[in-house]
Design a protein around this ligand. Structure first.
Ligand code: PGA
Ligand code: ZN
Length: 432
């Protein structure tokens, strides 16, 4: 049985912030090996699976000796001898072994690296690239990328309140062309920042680290950068924001220090609504905080017909939270971060729940990343339609964009770019 798991190992490696992370490796009787590394968030939701850290003095408390030991010990013992193709079964074993809903005991970093290593090993045993193994003969598309130009919030010393200022190129004919356009915008934005003395470096996900005096200045500058790149805002290039409003929560409301504003839930929705009316915004993530259902429902009512409204910290890649949001008419899209869920099967369940509702889905990286390119394959193999990886610089980001280009090449004449088709139907109709 070439698919039988013969060994499960983990090692401590390092992520893009120079913090320890877990790499898991699964070996099969046939000799195939699969490996994967856990990413790590900085602006995390309270309801996501737990990234287990050792605490204490060493490595600022970020050590992963306990998570690594869990893989090498209990997890290895439970998985050796099983058929690697039974992903649901393997993920269920991880859940049972942990016994808590959020992987508090083994650590979601142990679970996610193991779960992803299994799917890599299974694909390797079939001699297939991971995306093709996951597609399982179905027609799948090359995702529409969401790419950061300015980084703020928890990723850039809170230089802006809004965390990510990104661009999307749904009208491009191919992802290859979408990247070329984005590279032009990124360069133009950097030049504008440098000329105006507002460039302070590069943020955690590779976007420019800006010195702005208001959140709207970032939007204006981004629109200006699109113009200067020679592409057309609202036609070739659209703006996407991740407000990451969890980080702005304060005293039952929201505090935006850069704008000198203290806002209620209704007021922050108002403010974002004004931005969507004034700028070519196609997508907004987490305009309110993780438990503000009324605020998210209001945002969805106000602009969810024409703008993709993504729940990240709000939904934490949890199928149950997706369905509950839908019952409350909140959101029209889910962000899918495998490590928020803890396993590949749970992440896929959140994506499937969204799809059943007619929502869109975006497979996403974390701010702490590695050279691991699993998510490029998941976004294609699951036909998610969209991929969010951070900016267009730094190799932990570029590795994932570049992998998409290799996948596009492997698809040959079958390659189809998801473009506007990746968005909720009413949003696509409003802009296409
Ligand atoms: P995180 O942020 O990876 O730091 O949690 C990414 C996001 O909010 O999308
Ligand atoms: Zn987010």
């Amino acid at each position: 049985m070439k698919h039988t798991i013969t060994a499960v190992r983990a090692r401590q490696l390092w992520d893009s912030r120079g913090r320890p992370t877990v790499e898991a490796e699964i070996e099969l009787a046939g000799g195939s090996i699969g490996r994967a590394m856990a990413p790590a968030g900085a602006s995390r939701g309270a309801h996501e699976a737990i990234d287990l850290r050792d605490g204490g003095e060493a490595f600022g408390g970020y050590g992963v000796a306990r998570a690594t030991a869990a893989v090498n010990g209990a997890i290895a013992k439970a998985l050796v001898g099983r058929d690697v193709r039974d992903q649901a079964g393997l993920d269920a074993v991880l859940e049972q072994l942990d016994g808590t809903p959020a992987f508090a005991r083994l650590g979601a970093n142990a679970a996610v690296s193991t779960s992803l290593a299994a799917v890599h090993a299974a694909a390797a045993a079939e001699g297939m690239p991971l995306w093709r193994y996951l597609a399982d003969g179905r027609k799948v598309r090359v995702p529409l990328p969401e790419i950061q130009i300015f980084g703020g919030g928890a990723h850039a010393g809170r230089r802006t309140d809004v965390q990510d200022f990104m661009v999307m190129c749904p009208r491009a004919p191919t992802v290859r062309r979408a990247f070329e356009i984005t590279a032009d915008v990124y360069r133009a934005a950097g030049a504008i920042m440098e000329e105006s003395g507002r460039l302070a470096g590069v943020a955690d996900e590779g976007g420019w680290w800006p010195l702005f005096t208001s959140n709207e200045e970032a939007l204006e500058t981004l629109a200006h950068a699109i113009d200067r790149s020679g592409h057309k805002a609202g036609h070739d290039v659209f703006i996407s924001l991740d407000v990451a409003a969890n980080e702005l929560s304060h005293d039952g409301g929201y505090r935006l220090p850069l704008d000198g504003a203290e806002l209620t839930s209704e007021q922050i929705v108002d403010r974002v609504a004004v931005w969507t009316a004034k700028y070519p915004i196609l997508s907004i993530e987490d305009p309110v905080s993780q438990d503000d259902m009324a605020g998210m429902a209001l945002a969805t009512e106000r602009f969810g017909g024409t703008v993709q409204l993504i729940g990240d910290d709000f939904l934490v890649t949890n199928a149950e939270r997706v369905r509950r949001a839908a019952e409350n008419r909140a959101c029209n899209a889910v962000l899918v971060k495998v490590n928020q869920a803890g396993t590949v099967s749970r992440a896929k369940a959140a994506l499937d729940a969204a799809r059943e509702l007619g929502w869109s889905a975006i497979v996403s990286a974390r701010s702490g990343e590695t050279e691991d390119v699993s998510i490029s394959h998941l976004s294609v193999g699951w036909d998610a339609g969209q991929l969010k990886v951070g900016s267009f610089t730094r190799s932990e980001r570029m590795a994932k964009w570049n992998e998409l280009l290799r996948i596009e090449e492997q698809m040959g004449s079958d390659a189809e770019y998801a473009g506007f088709g990746a968005l909720p139907a009413s949003v696509a109709a409003a802009h296409a």
